[in-house]
Design a protein around this ligand. Structure first.
Ligand SMILES: Cc1cc2nc3c(=O)[nH]c(=O)nc-3n(C[C@H](O)[C@H](O)[C@H](O)COP(=O)(O)OP(=O)(O)OC[C@H]3O[C@@H](n4cnc5c(N)ncnc54)[C@H](O)[C@@H]3O)c2cc1C
Length: 307
């Protein structure tokens, strides 16, 4: 009886969502869809066909239902209790790429590495840095992803977003409010498309620069581990990894969670860590760094969902 009442109270069970039913799934395990391989289920997972479909869905979704957007989960910890409301993941309808004069357009679900490869094939320079970031274009815009001396903010002309209300808008670079590993995009909006500056370049030279990035990453980052990229932002004038190292945290473990020996601003799930272990380890590192250096580290990795 209680379960029936709960189902009846859930607006996503209502007929208004029947036309989305094929792309809407309930209680979906999210631990398979993020780099750390941890976390509980999404109450609902919606995979829109295209921006219009997403807009239509959000227009009928009551404001009271929380919305969370996920890329490929390469910069977040999904907590063990899962995520309430609707998780949105962009699928095949959002991976297109094209070049038109001085503009390279990529879908919000396209992998950064595929966009870098495409730019190289098209003789477009400046997007090589994307080959070093294992996320999606949506994640890169949201996080102002950057590497090897360049970042999304420096290369982006404009982005298409679908707001929580369902409104589809195009924002210019200056309207996004970029800062280091941060954007001021409206809460709950979905980045569905990004347009980058396309500067002509020599494909062989671009390829060599991408190769150098790949080699450097292999040498310095635990890219074959269950990890979430840089855990903490670099504080002004400091490198987070150096502070973590100085505080004696390299290799520190809590259950299956470990500070990487290879790059100590990376946390690793060595096999059986939970989200709670990873977050507790991050907090322990912050405590030790503060005690040792007087500097408070700020999380770069997003922690989302219920504990
Ligand atoms: C081995 C490794 C190396 C890394 N190296 C780098 C690096 O060199 N430089 C760097 O900047 N990052 C790096 N990262 C971190 C990560 O890849 C980037 O932050 C990336 O941009 C996150 O993209 P994602 O699709 O995985 O986003 P997720 O991790 O899924 O989400 C991150 C945030 O972006 C939001 N988001 C995702 N998609 C969208 C969308 N379509 N619309 C709106 N919001 C969205 C999410 O809600 C969340 O807040 C690394 C990660 C790993 C695992």
């Amino acid at each position: 009886m209680a379960a029936r009442q709960e189902a009846e109270a859930d607006p996503l069970q209502s007929a208004a969502f029947n036309k989305f039913r094929e792309r809407l799934r309930e209680k979906v395990d999210l631990s398979k869809t993020n780099w750390f391989r941890v976390g509980g289920p999404a109450q609902w997972l919606f995979r829109p066909e295209d921006s219009r479909d997403l807009s239509n869905f959000l227009q009928v979704l009551p404001e009271s239902v929380p919305v969370t957007v996920l890329g490929v989960g390469s910069n977040l910890i999904v907590r063990d209790g899962g995520i309430d409301g609707v998780v949105i993941k962009l699928g095949r309808g959002f991976v297109g790429m094209s070049v038109d004069g001085k503009r390279l357009t990529a879908g919000g679900g396209a992998l950064d590495q595929n966009v870098a490869l495409y730019a190289c094939e098209q003789g477009v320079a400046g997007l090589e840095f994307l080959s070093g970031i294992p996320g999606t274009i949506g994640g890169a815009v949201r996080m102002n992803g950057g590497a090897y001396g360049n970042d999304t903010a420096s290369m982006l002309i404009e982005t298409e977003i679908v707001e929580r209300s369902g409104a589809i808008r195009t924002l210019s670079n200056s309207e996004i409010g970029f800062s280091y590993r941060h954007s001021g995009l409206p809460d709950g909006c979905v980045v569905t498309k990004a347009v980058f500056t396309a500067t002509p370049g020599d494909s062989d030279e671009i390829h060599d620069r991408m190769q150098a990035i790949t080699t450097s990453r292999e040498e310095t980052q635990p890219i074959r581990s269950r990890t979430g990229g840089s855990t903490f932002k670099n504080p002004e004038g400091h490198k987070a990894w150096e502070l973590v190292d100085k505080a004696g945290c390299r290799g520190l473990t809590i259950n299956g969670a470990q500070v990487s020996e290879k790059h100590c601003n990376f946390l690793i799930n060595t096999g059986n860590a939970t989200a709670r272990d990873l977050e507790a380890l991050g907090e322990e590192v912050r405590k030790r760094v503060l005690a040792h250096t007087g500097i408070t580290l700020e999380w770069e990795i997003k922690r989302i969902g219920r504990t």
